[in-house]
Design a protein around this ligand. Sequence first.
Ligand SMILES: NCc1[nH]cc(CCC(=O)O)c1CC(=O)O
Length: 320
Amino acid sequence: MTAEKALRLGTRRSKLAMAQSGHVAEAVRQLTGREVELVEITTYGDTSREHLAQIGGTGVFVTALRDALARGEVDFAVHSLKDLPTAQPEELALAAVPVREDPRDVLIARDGLKFTDLPAGARIGTGSPRRMAQLNAYARSHGMRIETVPIRGNIDTRIGFVEKGELDAVVLAAAGLSRTGRSEEVTEFLPTDMILPAPGQGALAVECAAEQRELVAMLAELDDPFTRVAVTAERSLLAALEAGCSAPVGALADLLVDGQIVKEMRLRGAVGSTDGSELVQLSTTGPVPSSDDEALALGRELAAEMLAKGAAGLMGERAR
Ligand SMILES: NCc1[nH]cc(CCC(=O)O)c1CC(=O)O
């Protein structure tokens, strides 16, 4: 890492990945005055639609960027934190978790409809077992009849199903839409008491080789301590449930504030069957964790309570 050399930021080529990497690249330039060069990493998953549809994507993309880091082809990489496996490889440092965007899921529906205005039998596209479980559970308990339809693809593809009239609505992450400049298409920001986001949703992970001490320290300046403890607690819950990123698990840690004063942190978790017939949803509140260890403990505690209420039986295929 000589002073004059540009830092190489490895990125996938999707619009979302380019937007996220561009955002972090700019922050690093501001912070250090160093040049940052985006290095596009093309993976099999990026070029083959068919393959993507079969495997769901995320793991292979994270892996390709990590391989480029390991080979020294790039200096650092940016991932959507919710796509990262919960176990952090020793040789890689999670150098920064920048300030989180809106963690909520959103609805993009035809004719500007809100969720509760959807007609009986409305077809809602989502490939996420977590979204299916919670939306179906909400519909059941509110006397609504909906049909969740499994879809996959990038943001454009998914919104396309509504634009082409093939589906009544799709559910996506607010953060992905704001980062790609499509927030105005949102018809409703879904409340978190209707649907909890994926652990880490809306947050980014900045990763580099752990042995690059100087770089780790420099990137750490982008870290937001609250976002870090929040996503650490959420991911600890996911790990303690022995669930992977494709499990029907939602989690969100947020601050309870009284006026300007931060009082406590609340961690909520949900796991359900994809048809919504069963849902275990619990919450715990305590002092804001002052270390990663405290945040990890909070996640484990809530997981234990959820497991005692039957969460294990709802995990489905326990992939990863
Ligand atoms: N699963 C794919 C994925 N990974 C990260 C985001 C959005 C950005 C984020 O949540 O940080 C998305 C799209 C989506 O779920 O709508």
